[in-house]
Design a binder for this molecule. Structure first.
Ligand code: 13P
Ligand code: SF4
Length: 319
C-alpha cells in the first residue's frame, strides 16, 4: 500500500468535494494556469494564460484567491487585488525567469541604460515590476513594445521572447536581460526536425519562450491561450506542440479527435516539458492552503503600489 506523506495524513479521501466545501466556506475562488495538473484545472473556477489570469484577478471580489500557478502570478493577483487573501498551494512554485532576474542586479542593469523605458515580461518578481514602466505577457508583448514608439527599451527577463518580439515589432535594438525558461529552452530543434519528417502533415505550434532554432521550424507562435485556440481551429489533424504539456488537457477537451504530439526535448529520458515549479501544486496542497489560509502571498505596500502602475498600463492597453 502506498505510504501517505505525514503532512497529507488529515487530507480527506473525497478531496474534490472537500476543496469545494472549503471554497464556499472561505468565499474563495480558484484560479489556475494551463500548466497545472488536469485535476487542478478541472476544479478551478477559471483557467487561463498569464494575461487572462491577471485580467480575472483584477475584477474578483472574493475574500480568498487560491492561485494554482507560480509565485509571480499569485503575486500579480495580490498586487491587483490587495483586499483579498491570496494563497498558493506550494510557496516553492517559482519560475526560472523570475528567479534569474534578481532585483538588485536588475537595478544595476537599468542604471547602465539611462533614458531607456523598462518593459518587463510578467514572469518577474514584484520588485522588478516596481522598477518597470510597462509589463507584458507572451500574448501582448509585441503590442506593448510597439506602444513605446521609438523609445530605447530595456526588455527583461526572457532573451528568447525578446528576440522574437524584436523581429515581430521591428525593434532589433532592444536591450535584453539574458534570462531563459528551463522548460521552453530544452526543446531540441534537431529532434523536432526528425519528428517533422515522420509527420509531414503536422502543424508545429510553439511558445515564443522557445529557442530560435525551434521557432524557425514552427508554423504558429503564440501564448498558451493562442496555442490552445490554434490547435482547436487548425485544419491540421496532427499537432506537434512546443510548450508545457499542461495545455494538452484543454485541447483534448475542446478537440478530442486531434492527434497531439509533444515536441521532443534535448534529454529523451526526462519529462522536461513539464514545468517543475508549476507541477509542485497538487490537489492535497490546494486543500491544505484553503483550509489553513497559508502559504499566503504578500507584497510590501510600497512595492505593490509601484508595481501596480505598469501592470495597469498593460491591462488598459490590452482591453
Ligand atoms: P503564458 O503567458 O502563455 O501564460 O505563459 C506563461 C508562462 O509561464 C510560459 O512559460
Ligand atoms: Fe517559468 Fe518556464 Fe515554468 Fe513558465 S514554464 S513558469 S516560464 S519556468
Amino acid at each position: 500500500m502506498a505510504q501517505v506523506q505525514p503532512e497529507f495524513q488529515d487530507v480527506p479521501d473525497e478531496i474534490e468535494e472537500a476543496i469545494l466545501d472549503l471554497k464556499r466556506e472561505r468565499n474563495a475562488v480558484i484560479l489556475a494556469h494551463y500548466y497545472q495538473e488536469s485535476e487542478v484545472q478541472d476544479l478551478a473556477d477559471f483557467v487561463g494564460d498569464s494575461l487572462a489570469l491577471a485580467q480575472a484577478a483584477e475584477k474578483l471580489e472574493r475574500d480568498v484567491i487560491a492561485f494554482c500557478g507560480v509565485h509571480f502570478m499569485a503575486e500579480t493577483a495580490k498586487i491587483l487585488n490587495p483586499e483579498s487573501t491570496v494563497v498558493i498551494p506550494d510557496m516553492a512554485a517559482g519560475c526560472s525567469l523570475a528567479d534569474g532576474c534578481p532585483p538588485g542586479e536588475f537595478r544595476g542593469f537599468i542604471d547602465e541604460h539611462p533614458g531607456a523605458k523598462v518593459l518587463s515580461y510578467i514572469n518577474c518578481s514584484a520588485e522588478v515590476k516596481a522598477m518597470s514602466d510597462l509589463i507584458c505577457t507572451s500574448s501582448n508583448a509585441v503590442k506593448m513594445t510597439q506602444s513605446l514608439g521609438d523609445h530605447p527599451i530595456v526588455f527583461a527577463p526572457d532573451r528568447h521572447l525578446a528576440r522574437w518580439v524584436a523581429a515581430e515589432a521591428g525593434r532589433p535594438d532592444l536591450i535584453v536581460w539574458p534570462g531563459a525558461c528551463v522548460v521552453h529552452e530544452q526543446f531540441s530543434a534537431k529532434r523536432l526536425a526528425h519528428l517533422k519528417v515522420q509527420h509531414p502533415d503536422a502543424e508545429v505550434l510553439a511558445h515564443p519562450e522557445c529557442d530560435q532554432a525551434v521557432l524557425d521550424q514552427s508554423d504558429f507562435i503564440a501564448s498558451t491561450t493562442g496555442i490552445i485556440q490554434r490547435a482547436v481551429d487548425s485544419p491540421a489533424q496532427t499537432l506537434i506542440i512546443a510548450t508545457e504539456d499542461g495545455v494538452f488537457h484543454s485541447i483534448k477537451q475542446k478537440a478530442p479527435d486531434k492527434v497531439l504530439i509533444q515536441a521532443p526535448g534535448l534529454d529523451e529520458s526526462c519529462a522536461c516539458n513539464r514545468c517543475p515549479y508549476m507541477r509542485l501544486n497538487t490537489l492535497e496542497k490546494l486543500y491544505l492552503c484553503l483550509r489553513d489560509l497559508k502559504p499566503e502571498v504578500t507584497v510590501p505596500e510600497d512595492i505593490r503600489v509601484r508595481a501596480l502602475q505598469p501592470i495597469q498600463r498593460m491591462l488598459e492597453l490590452s482591453a
